[in-house]
Every structure is written in structure tokens, then in C-alpha cells.
Design a protein around this ligand. Structure first.
Ligand code: SF4
Length: 106
């Protein structure tokens, strides 16, 4: 094997090893951050504009079964009670919540 292929392989293995270490750390950090974030409140201007509710069953426009936990913009871990949402930076939404921007998770 030529030296350049060995060097390329070495760099690739380093990146894989670094990713293997950092991805779980980043995931844990995000979960911890989400747990510490304040919940979106009903007086939040974005929440009002998007008709956010913490209980999807109380949303008049919600498609049956739609809720934050199965929205593609939800950033909480599977099974979490609350988590981040891409539309509410720095805040958490309830997994049971819903808003007009709900988009099915694929
Ligand atoms: S965009 Fe999705 S996760 Fe965010 S509040 Fe609306 S329904 Fe919930």
C-alpha cells in the first residue's frame, strides 16, 4: 500500500474515532440542555402565532395523532416528556404539545 493511501486511511480512522466519541457526548449534552430549557408559555408571541398548545388534544386544528413528539421539528429524545423545537430556540415544548407548523416525522 502506498504511503498516501495509508495516510488517508489514518485520517479517516481518526475522524471515525472522533465521531464515535463526540456524537454520544453531544447527544447527552443536548438532552441535558433540553431538560434545563424553560417551557414555551402561552404568552410567547411565537406560540401565539403558531397556536401552540401543550396538549395536542386541545388543539382544534390538529390532525388526529399529531403532537410534538412525532413532529420532524421536535428535538427531544424518543420517550422524553419535553424537548427542544427548531421554531422555539432556547425553549422546550411538551412532547404532548402541538402547533400549526406540525410536520410529520419521516
Ligand atoms: S413545530 Fe412541531 S415540535 Fe415544534 S411546537 Fe410545533 S408541533 Fe411541536
Amino acid at each position: 500500500m502506498s504511503p498516501s493511501i495509508n495516510e488517508a486511511r489514518r485520517r479517516l480512522l481518526k475522524k471515525i474515532a472522533l465521531g464515535t466519541v463526540l456524537v454520544p457526548i453531544a447527544g447527552s449534552a443536548l438532552k441535558a440542555i433540553a431538560a434545563d430549557m424553560p417551557l414555551v408559555t402561552s404568552d410567547d408571541p411565537t406560540a401565539k402565532a403558531l397556536k401552540y398548545v401543550s396538549d395536542a388534544s386541545k388543539a382544534t386544528d390538529a390532525k388526529p395523532g399529531s403532537k410534538c413528539a412525532n413532529c420532524s421539528l421536535y428535538q427531544g429524545a424518543a420517550g422524553s416528556a419535553q424537548g427542544g423545537c427548531m421554531l422555539f430556540p432556547g425553549k422546550a415544548v411538551k412532547a404532548t404539545g402541538w402547533c400549526a407548523s406540525w410536520t410529520a416525522k419521516k
